[in-house]
Design a protein around this ligand. Sequence first.
Ligand SMILES: C[S@@+](CC[C@H](N)C(=O)[O-])C[C@H]1O[C@@H](n2cnc3c(N)ncnc32)[C@H](O)[C@@H]1O
Length: 191
Amino acid sequence: MNMDTLKLILVALAALWMVYVLVDYLVPYFYGLPAKPTRHARIRKALKLAGLRPGETLIDLGCGDGRVLILAAKEFEAQAIGIDAGPVQVARAWINGLFSGVGTQIQVHWGNFLKADLPDADVVFAYLTSDYVPKLEAKLTSQLKPGARVVTISFDFSNWEPDAFDEDELIFVYKMPPHAGDLGTFLLKRE
Ligand SMILES: C[S@@+](CC[C@H](N)C(=O)[O-])C[C@H]1O[C@@H](n2cnc3c(N)ncnc32)[C@H](O)[C@@H]1O
């Protein structure tokens, strides 16, 4: 291989890498959210607080690299479904799921979760921002079955009173159908 061919290969690899990085960052950014993963200890705490049980179905809205799905499948024996708008995130979640050994317990879908059906969900996990609250409130209220739980990380529903709250990790759990109120009414009752 001469020097020119080697240079061409290196330039092509660098261009591919740049496209990968751009798609990785830009698609989540376009949806108004960086693809920032949740720490494993925080996920574990959130799923415990939501009372995820073996055989139940968990849906992660914006599944990123799939870590929530894998932990839910491995440690909680749940069926886990992830939806993400980012093609790089979906590919990563799918590959991570494949190598994690949880096989058919995990499904990953590419798309906008606001357009997805959620009727079979027992637990919905969301690490998003409060910008999603108005649309999610309506969607979750109309689509989730009674008894389903919604667990959120770092953001809460301003018109719903949580059923559980972890103030160290900022985790909120809501049981469907939600009760009117907010974190303030929850904390008042807890005193
Ligand atoms: C903060 S990350 C959380 C990733 C993962 N759930 C976790 O906790 O590690 C949010 C993810 O949501 C995805 N996302 C944002 N808006 C979305 C939408 N409307 N539909 C699908 N995915 C979306 C982003 O691509 C990103 O991967």
